[in-house]
Design a protein around this ligand. Structure first.
Ligand code: NAD
Length: 494
């Protein structure tokens, strides 16, 4: 696809801001929440947050569809066919969806067309293929008894998504659930409400019975009401660790509902002394903390490097980072997207100031990008000497900020890689095959990449964190099974 042809004028778009309940757009709701376009800060519309009544309407619709649409009882191949048609529709409307998403999020239009929406459609096809491969078991028992374990859907799934990859999240947090027969009520982030509605409408067009995939808009109060609803059977949440803890508390107080929590991280990039190609390592390190301007849960925000390689590696990383071009998501060629909102950028400013006053030193960047006079763009920022008690060590900047640590001895480097609070992901760079195989087992993280940092377009590998980064998996077989419950059936017949 020609890169230049993807440029567009964001002012000419019609954006969907409503809810989608029982197959219909619903404009009603409670408090108005303005939605700003991150690239220039301009308000582009308002959502009306779903209040308790509207949340109830959406959950009731999902429950009714789960009970009466025949979706859960259908031949799994029929469900698979709908999911595949849905993927085809995403492919066919890729440019249109990419424009809506680029105009309302931090995702650049060319990345959307070439990556995010390809991954969204790919995930649908992946889970469609799983629909008829779900298995239970028949257990060995004494004669006269038959005992089996049967997988079945939970019922109504509450899906709550963050702002950083809204179109992908709309699919990841619904497709596996639907593939195995559940109904879904999805609440996207109040900052990025539009693409989920588009995705749910495409599902209807593909033949998904109405009511099976509902989208409600709103912020924390809406999310909390959804989690607390008595007809919700399971919750899948992606977002910050602090919000994840509140979701867990709400779920515990209202029926001890199961939750899957995909939370935040402070993922390390650990470089070993033996690496030979510093250029390749530097490129991975830079991409690892700069992708989506650092607004990635698995961003590699802590570089742990041998003292002997520090200067050579940092020189390369800084040079790559300085080559990034900030600019709006609707113009191709921009490689540094905006921070999601002015409020988030101010939060990064405040965290940075506090970290520096705690003793950290700014080696590069350190604030807003002055080349942009609208939107909240951040310069790639590199810190050293971030103390362990500081907010810059304990919290996520969720911006393009890398903290650098040096070590003399490898054991010290491994100890630094293991963060006391988080365990989402990590990368290790080494040319030693033995260490490549043995080191990951010493890193306390749900995903360890060797000689790479970041998720590849691969749907079979599960993702999910340890410790404060959450629990449960998304994607892969484990991600599918999190939307199934396993029932034991015991027959006495002899
Ligand atoms: P957030 O926690 O502020 O919000 C996430 C979602 O939760 C939003 O839809 C929000 O409206 C909703 N919410 C807020 N309060 C709620 C409540 N009390 N009950 C229910 N829902 C509530 O996160 P964010 O700023 O949108 O996203 C960034 C965070 O998400 C980062 O911490 C990042 O690391 C994390 N994240 C994790 C993964 C992962 O797979 N582990 C992926 C992407 C993002």
């Amino acid at each position: 696809m020609q890169a230049m042809s993807l440029n567009f004028d964001p002012n000419g778009l019609t954006l969907p801001f409503g809810h989608l309940i029982d197959g219909e757009r619903v404009a009603a709701g409670g408090a108005e929440i303005p939605v700003a376009r991150p690239s220039d800060g301009r308000e582009v519309g308002r959502i009306h947050a779903a209040d308790a009544d509207l949340v109830d309407r959406a959950v009731q619709a999902a429950h009714r569809a789960f009970r009466t649409s025949g979706w859960a009882e259908a031949d799994p191949l029929e469900r698979a066919a709908v999911l595949k048609r849905w993927a085809d529709l995403i492919d066919a409307r890729r440019i249109e969806i990419a424009r809506i998403e680029a105009a309302t999020t931090t995702r650049p239009v060319e990345d959307l067309v070439n990556r995010d929406l390809v991954r969204a459609a790919g995930a649908l096809r992946y889970f469609a293929e799983w629909a008829d491969k779900v298995e239970g078991s028949l257990l060995a028992t004494a004669a006269g008894r038959t005992s089996m374990v049967k997988p079945e859907p939970w019922g109504v799934i509450a899906s709550i998504a963050p702002f950083n990859f809204p179109a992908i999240n709309a699919i990841w947090k619904s497709a596996p659930a639907l593939a195995v027969g559940n109904a879904v009520v999805l609440k996207p982030s109040e900052m990025t409400p539009c693409s989920a509605v588009v995705m749910a409408e495409l599902a209807l067009e593909a033949g998904l019975p109405r009511g099976l995939f509902n989208v409600i808009q709103g912020a924390g109060a809406t999310g909390s009401a959804l989690v607390r609803h008595p007809l919700v059977s399971k919750i899948t949440f992606t977002g910050s660790s602090a919000t994840g803890a509140r979701v867990m508390a709400d779920a515990a107080e209202t029926g001890t509902k199961p939750v899957t929590l995909e939370l935040g991280g402070k993922s390390p990039q650990l470089v070993l002394k033996d690496v030979r190609n510093l250029d390749a390592v530097a490129l991975n390190v830079a991409n690892g903390f700069l992708a989506n301007a650092g607004q990635v849960c698995t961003a590699g925000t802590r570089l742990i490097v041998p003292e002997t390689l520090h200067d050579d590696l940092l020189e390369r990383v800084i040079s790559i980072a300085n080559g990034r071009r900030a600019g709006p998501t609707w113009q191709t060629g921009n490689t540094m997207p905006p921070i999601i909102s002015e409020k988030q950028a101010q939060r990064i400013d405040a965290m940075l100031a506090e970290t520096v006053s705690d003793g950290a030193e700014v080696m590069a960047g350190g604030g807003r990008d002055p080349s942009q006079n609208a939107g909240a763009y951040y310069r790639p920022t590199i810190l050293r000497g971030v103390p362990e008690h500081s907010i810059g060590f304990r919290g996520e900047f969720f911006g393009p900020v890398l903290s650098v640590y040096t070590y003399a001895d490898e054991e010290e480097g491994i100890a630094m890689a293991n963060h006391p609070l988080y365990g989402l992901a990590a990368s290790v760079y080494t040319d030693d095959a033995g260490k490549a195989l043995s080191l990951p087992s010493r890193i306390d993280a749900g995903t360890v990449w060797v000689n790479a940092h970041g998720r590849q377009p691969d749907f079979a590998t599960p993702q999910g964190g340890f410790k404060g980064s959450g629990f449960g998996k998304e994607m892969g077989r484990a991600g599918l099974e999190s939307f199934l419950r396993f029932k034991t059936v015991w027959l006495q017949h002899g």
